[in-house]
Design a protein around this ligand. Structure first.
Ligand code: AMP
Length: 207
């Protein structure tokens, strides 16, 4: 709503400038406010290995649209072996790209809220376990974030084929701001031996 009003106000001011070239921006605070509500581009990885997996991913995308921002790209669905632990059901993964006005820690709170709403009961605390829904924040613009509760780009992404395959599909040329390599390069160099299968639309619809 705020972003919408601001965009309207910005367009109105630009129009006034076009009609009256002498018009000058006077209110610097307005500039800063516009900069503050700049939209960020965020890449999230969704994962589920408890049935109905595809329903959890669809509901997560709906909630991301409501609570975080516009989902502008969704990857194909990928099926992957559980990574780092044994489980009877394979993971279903998907990358979504979101435009948001939220800041990184707010996004983390929202993703954790969505995980809880979709039945996730507890965090992994360093050990891996089956889960209805997991959301990792992969990229936040080109920023590097090192907070106690949040590391972005996601610390494990370069070692996980199940992350890099959908990511390289949605943003092949995006450069990792720390490793200085594109997502495609990271995928080509990834030594992870866990298997990942891309599901075409027919297979995805049959889930
Ligand atoms: P999880 O794998 O969902 O159990 O997450 C474990 C913890 O990782 C969470 O409590 C987060 O605070 C932390 N974390 C650190 N960096 C990230 C990130 N980029 N995306 C999601 N969670 C993160």
């Amino acid at each position: 709503m705020i972003a919408c009003c601001l965009s309207l106000r910005l367009k109105t001011c630009v129009n006034i400038r076009l009609i009256c070239p002498g018009f000058r921006w006077r209110n610097e605070a307005f500039y800063y406010f516009c900069a503050m509500v700049k939209k960020h581009t965020v890449f999230l990885l969704l994962g589920s290995n408890i049935h109905p997996r595809v329903v959890y991913l669809h509901k997560a995308t709906e909630l991301i649209n409501i609570l975080i921002g516009d989902v502008i790209i969704t990857s194909y669905l990928y099926e992957s072996e559980p990574w780092g632990f044994e489980a009877p059901v394979a993971f279903l993964n998907q990358v979504v790209c979101v435009e948001t006005v939220l800041e990184p820690v707010e996004i983390l709170k929202k993703t954790q809220d969505i995980e809880r709403q979709l039945g996730r009961t507890e965090k992994s605390n360093g050990t891996y376990a089956s889960r209805t829904l997991d959301i990792d924040i992969l990229f936040f613009d080109d920023e590097i974030i090192n907070l106690p509760e949040l590391t972005v780009p996601h610390a494990q992404m370069a070692h996980r084929r199940f992350t890099l395959m959908p990511l390289a599909e949605t943003a092949p040329q995006k450069e990792h701001p720390v490793l200085k390599k594109t997502c495609l390069q990271l995928l080509a160099e990834c030594a992870d031996e866990c298997e990942v299968w891309k599901l075409d639309e027919v297979k995805a619809d049959a889930l």
